[in-house]
Design a binder for this molecule. Sequence first.
Ligand SMILES: *Cc1c(COP(=O)(O)O)cnc(C)c1O
Length: 426
Amino acid sequence: MTDRNQQLFERAQRHIPGGVNSPVRAFRSVGGTPCFFASGSGSRVMDVNGKSYLDYVGSWGPLILGHAHPEVIAAVQESAAKGLSFGAPTELEIEMADLLCKLLPSMDMVRLVNSGTEATMSAIRLARGYTGRDVLIKFEGCYHGHSDSLLVKAGSGLLTFGNPNSGGVPADLAQHTLVLDYNDDIQVERAFAHYGERIAAVIVEPVAGNMNLVAPRPEFLQSLRTLCTQHGSVLIFDEVMTGFRVGPACAQGLYSIRPDLTTLGKVIGGGMPLAAFGGKREIMEQIAPLGPVYQAGTLSGNPVAVAAGLATLKLIQKPGFFVDLERKTDALCEGLNATAVNNGVAFSAQPVGGMFGLYFRAHWPRNFKEIMQCNKEAFNRFFHAMLDAGHYFAPSAYEAGFVSAAHSDADIAETIDAAETIFKNW
Ligand SMILES: *Cc1c(COP(=O)(O)O)cnc(C)c1O
């Protein structure tokens, strides 16, 4: 049998760096050949060899309704037939802005952009412009897109400024960013005591989903809110992943915290390139053309992307949507935990709303250091065994997983059974 995945991967590498347009797709972390997908429907994706998988990646979060939901596809087709882009305002953008501001009490105004990276980069510029300050606090293991100020690792000491963790990032830029430990409010208090007057913003994933999944201690998020208010700094919740994924009012609704600015992406585009940043009116009014902070985009608010996003957001507001999604995600994690315990495997799984973490250690981690204590080789073995059995998880031990509304109880049971078979022979 010819392996089309292998053939395409070899061909892809000739003119595409690493054969992929985003690095984690390359399977470098787990080894092996990436799956090239040909189609998706509901909870399943099909690769170019014709093999079908239950999908727990969902395009890295956006596909909360599963693949090719008929109402989303119809909205895209209808919008596309009227023209792909105008570079001028359209009515759909107002509908999207009104809906986002209705669903999120923290949001008075919102601007649409094309990617999460753009949203976070612009939110940080806005926070700096609004406060007239430069310093940014972020947390180790949180990912906020790939703009220069954010590709930063911790400095040598607790309160020393960061260093670039990517080639091509000027050290000067990293030197405005403090990288602290997730869930450690004492550290944040010390940073504010030391640098309070200089801190423009704190940016945080309110549930961390880019170092595997780390849930926040509610007191941690609350202390960020209190300290930012005390010091006149802007609290940015990066909800590109958690937005309309962990609940109907995002993580800020789940934990009852009102950030000053919120970034959104992934689910709000329903699988199309759409993201947003928004928040308090007095901050958002600093953005051009109202204010001095520049931000723009040729394709921003693209009507086809907005149509897909609106169709998605309308469907997930149906009563009981998140109750059902959460029930299935909980069932998956409980089933996996039970089979791990029965077979003596050092493993645990944790759900938050429609996302989950898988850890090859017995307890749920609380920060990046504890994530690094997970057994990566065990994850890689599990990943490949599940892939062979037709269950597609993220190809890295440092990513969260996603359940969609299209996953049936039978799908979840099938995945738990597959894991049971693997853990029995562990
Ligand atoms: C995915 C993600 C981003 C980046 O979004 P892109 O659309 O990939 O640029 C930023 N922040 C968080 C929390 C994310 O999960």
